[in-house]
Design a protein around this ligand. Structure first.
Ligand code: SF4
Ligand code: SF4
Length: 335
């Protein structure tokens, strides 16, 4: 796609992601096979239309909201695929990107030599097959270093992280029995009350990021959340929150899966059903959230180390207190 268009695609992707989260909650999508099928059909339609208009899997690379979230999560991956610059310097084929006769190139038209971060690479390994110089390598890494390198500069993370975290708070609150008995009668239809709650929680996270910027001594910019170190700090917490939200439903329903699967083949094998105890699921949730908190504090420590190496000041205990407060709210909401 033309470069001018690409800038708008990221905003479209974030809006689509917001629409999916909103629709998922107000239509109870996870309990609706028809709704889930319609969502998948819409994604397929979007991908087909984009494939007809542009080459290089433009949908996956620029617009797919789920791909953007997965890409943002991949910035915390323990592995990365990277080319060896010395081997690529004199390469005139760039087969990793364009392919070779009879072999298609990189599915997202990126190529190993262009990988700067893990946001766009699908880690499919195709470039390993295509490169004749054995340049692309799969490497182990510190999962938080890339967060530090991107430092909130990437627009995907800039918008996705506060929305992801804010929407989790809204989704956890909306599933609470007290909310269900108190709020909808006050604010009318559930869709309206959830929309207001979603906007409120998103605004709370924007406020947290702006406040964190002040604690870090950052000057105001036209877009306060862009380039904010608070984005990488909050990323581990945001993804652990999402994992908890998804796992809770998956694990509580996992025991029915064998029965549902066998039913598709006309069999009724009820005795294959099992139940994962709620206490085990709760324990797992606490563990995941604790890991997310550790990740966020580790990113703060990395920033602090980097700043003290360059003689800068700005990090303070207040930032740790701020992130601890966010973590406590998460613990209260999942409890
Ligand atoms: S990864 Fe291989 S094919 Fe791609 S630019 Fe480097 S040397 Fe060339
Ligand atoms: S791993 Fe796959 S997506 Fe990533 S650069 Fe290589 S071919 Fe492209």
């Amino acid at each position: 796609p033309p470069h001018a268009l690409r800038r708008y695609f990221i905003h479209i992707a974030v809006l689509l992601f917001a629409a999916i989260i909103w629709a998922e909650t107000v239509t109870d999508l996870k309990n609706s096979p028809l709704g889930t099928a319609l969502l998948l059909l819409s994604i397929l339609t979007g991908a087909t239309v984009m494939a007809m208009l542009f080459k290089g899997q433009a949908w996956c690379r620029y617009v797919c909201p789920l791909g953007k979230v997965i890409g943002a999560g991949a910035t915390m991956s323990m592995i990365e695929l990277r080319a060896t610059p010395d081997l690529c310097r004199s390469c005139d084929t760039t087969a990793c990107k364009k392919g070779r006769p009879g072999l298609r190139g990189c599915p997202v038209y990126l190529g190993a030599h262009n990988i700067k971060n893990s946001l766009d690479c699908l880690l499919c390994g195709r470039c390993v097959l295509l490169c004749e110089r054995e340049s692309p390598r799969l490497l182990l890494r510190n999962p938080f270093v890339e967060l530090l390198a991107i430092k909130g500069r990437d627009l995907t993370c800039t918008f996705i992280i506060p929305f992801l975290a804010g929407s989790q708070w809204a989704r956890f609150i909306v599933e609470d029995a007290k909310y269900q008995s108190l709020i909808p009668p006050l604010f009318g239809p559930p869709a309206l009350s959830f929309s207001l709650l979603l906007i409120f929680c998103f605004a709370v996270f924007l406020g947290i990021i702006t406040f964190g910027n002040r604690l870090l001594g950052m000057r105001r910019s036209s877009l306060p959340i862009h380039c904010s170190p608070m984005i990488p700090v909050l990323t581990p917490l945001a993804f652990s929150g999402e994992l908890i939200y998804r796992l809770k439903y998956l694990l509580s329903e996992a025991g029915n899966f064998p029965t549902v699967l066998t039913r598709q083949f006309g069999l009724t094998i009820e005795h294959f059903s099992f139940v994962i105890p709620a206490s085990a699921i709760s324990l797992l949730e606490i563990l995941i959230l604790a890991l997310g908190c550790l990740g966020s504090f580790y990113v703060i420590a990395l920033f602090r180390q980097k700043q003290s190496e360059s003689g800068q000041t700005g990090f303070c205990r207040s930032l740790q207190i701020l992130v601890s407060s966010v973590a406590i709210v998460y613990f209260l909401l999942i409890g």
